[in-house]
Design a protein around this ligand. Structure first.
Ligand code: NAP
Length: 283
């Protein structure tokens, strides 16, 4: 039976530590850290994600500034707002909720975020710094995955890690973080041949595919550490991961559930990045 590691519990502990730190700064007369969030359009999922981020900011004492724009907003107007927030000394982090409505250019919008405030780690300057090993911002989900591995008491060094998925936001950066932690890393994708046998070599298996319950026990080496990043909606409306939990849990050393696994850690790392941006500027 695997140790089931809940991101919901770990994030609550980390948020408590952040809250204490922030209250300490405020007690010393400093302002609170501030995250600005831009949401364009009325996609219900995006609204719910943004609400979650706002609540999480409140819980730790980070000021959140919400900017709701209509789906019809023009690229110029969006970028003017990003420019203003980039220049505002009272703002430490800027998050543009993706995807943007049709007709808006995401890459161009991200380029307007000051790299010092790019708490999602999506600006090419931060992507470059990350791959060069320089200090910048690293995307939140991969950071959360590394914290979960720590909580699993998984010593990454020397382990064989397999990441299924190579997206810019998850698969590619988590593979890099694992490599930085001295794992030997294989990245798999939709054209990988004999995926199950590659995955079975993994001491650490990260599933970031977006295919419900795709990873069964045939993909998992007994005793592996399994991180399930997938968030998929089942027909009954409930969420499930990329891993068939009940199949894999009996043979893994440790596993994250969905929900309450990686998801809460992503939001927690967004707060941590915002606090980091604030500390770099204020301390
Ligand atoms: P994505 O951009 O769609 O990337 C999916 C990756 O999976 C691609 O690299 C794709 O390969 C690969 N893939 C697809 N089918 C495959 C198959 N049959 N065999 C092997 N690889 C396959 O998705 P993403 O943004 O990385 O997200 C992945 C999942 O994580 C989604 O369920 C998403 O909702 C979830 N997610 C969760 C969080 C969180 O906080 N919990 C955060 C972000 C994402 P190709 O490159 O060859 O197409």
């Amino acid at each position: 039976m695997a140790k089931v590691v809940y991101g919901s519990e770990l994030s609550a502990e980390l948020k408590q530590q952040m809250k204490q730190k922030i209250e300490g700064y405020v007690a010393r007369g400093m302002r609170r850290p501030c995250l600005a969030v831009i949401l364009a359009g009325d996609d219900p999922a995006s609204h719910s994600y943004v609400k979650g981020k706002e609540k999480a900011c409140q819980a730790v004492g980070i000021e959140s500034r919400m900017h709701y724009l209509p789906a019809t907003v023009g690229q110029k107007e969006l970028e003017c707002l990003i420019d203003a927030l980039s220049q505002d000394d009272g703002v430490d982090g800027i998050l543009v909720q993706l995807p943007l409505p049709k007709g808006l250019d995401e890459d161009s919008a991200i380029l307007r975020i000051s790299p010092d405030k790019d708490v999602d780690g999506l600006h090419p300057v931060n992507v470059g710094k990350f791959f060069l090993g320089e200090e910048g911002f690293v995307p939140c989900t991969p950071l959360g995955i590394m914290e979960l591995l720590k909580r699993m008491e998984c010593d990454v060094e020397g382990k064989r890690a397999v990441v299924v998925g190579r997206s810019k936001l998850v698969g590619t950066p988590v593979a890099r973080l694992l490599q930085n932690a001295n794992a030997t890393v294989t990245v798999c994708h939709s054209r990988t041949r004999d995926l199950a046998s590659v995955c079975r070599e993994a001491d650490i298996l990260v599933a970031a595919i977006g295919k419900p319950r795709f990873i069964t026990k045939e993909f998992v080496k007994p005793g592996a550490f399994v991180i399930d990043v997938g968030v998929n909606r089942k027909d009954d409306g409930h969420l499930c991961g990329d891993v068939l939990f009940e199949d894999v849990e009996p043979i893994a050393a440790a596993i994250t559930p969905v929900p309450k696994g990686v998801g809460p850690m992503t939001i927690c790392m967004l707060l941590a990045n915002t606090l980091q941006g604030y500390e770099r500027k204020m301390l």
